[in-house]
Design a protein around this ligand. Structure first.
Ligand SMILES: C[S@@+](CC[C@H](N)C(=O)[O-])C[C@H]1O[C@@H](n2cnc3c(N)ncnc32)[C@H](O)[C@@H]1O
Length: 200
């Protein structure tokens, strides 16, 4: 069901969330070093994974959608970089452990029955000292029409994010309302939460 939703969205012409990286990810540029390994989960059409590859990182993008990942590889080719892609449901994926310098989770909203475990696995996929870069909509996003799932159970808040990543060290955590301009599906003022969380 979820899978069909994303396949249809990405079958539309153009890029649903644009071809520019997420602004928070871009703001974390000083965290990235040539040759570091980044796992980008729910990377969709690849705007974030491709940008990380352009920064010289070794990128694996994982997503449910074959159509999205095909577009991600095309975007990489247009930009003259390479990313590895894997089509998988992250709730059933054979997660790596201790392998990545960065795990990027940008607007990937999981239902409550799988969310906590996936977030824990994302943290464990990091090398000690590696970090999660995270952005998502908060429950307050129900008052806006600028994107995200219109379902309270799939939206987040600070206690939830703190609890899901409680074994990590929060270096940054912010909830705010900010103007999004990401393709055609994230446009307008939005209630969001951002975090950088380091594996101890
Ligand atoms: C709102 S889109 C965001 C895409 C991308 N992160 C971006 O910011 O442009 C959410 C993405 O999460 C992916 N996704 C949702 N649930 C997933 C799951 N269980 N396993 C793998 N990917 C999933 C969807 O296929 C979709 O590409």
């Amino acid at each position: 069901m979820q899978n069909e939703f994303w396949e249809q969205r990405y079958a539309e012409p153009g890029l649903a969330y644009g071809d520019k990286p997420n602004a928070f990810l871009q703001r974390c540029a000083d965290q990235f070093r040539l040759g570091q390994k980044a796992l980008v989960i729910g990377d969709g059409e690849g705007r974030n994974g491709v940008w990380l590859a352009e920064q010289g990182l070794d990128v694996l993008s994982v997503d449910l959608s074959t159509v999205g990942l095909e577009k991600a590889r095309q975007l990489a080719a247009q930009r003259g970089v390479t990313i590895r892609t894997e089509c998988a449901d992250l709730s059933r994926w054979d997660w790596p452990e201790g392998e990545y310098d960065h795990v990027v989770i940008i607007y990937v909203h999981f239902p409550p029955d799988i969310r906590e475990k996936i977030h824990h696995q994302a943290l464990m996929a990091l090398k000690p000292g590696g970090q999660i870069i995270f952005e998502a909509f908060t429950v307050e996003q129900l008052e806006h029409d600028s994107g995200g799932p219109p379902v309270k159970e799939m939206l987040y808040d600070e206690p939830l994010v703190r609890a899901d990543f409680s074994s990590g060290e929060f270096e940054f955590l912010q909830s705010c309302v900010e103007h999004l301009d990401e393709g055609k599906y994230h446009v307008g003022d939005a209630a969001i939460i951002r975090a950088r969380i380091r594996r101890k």
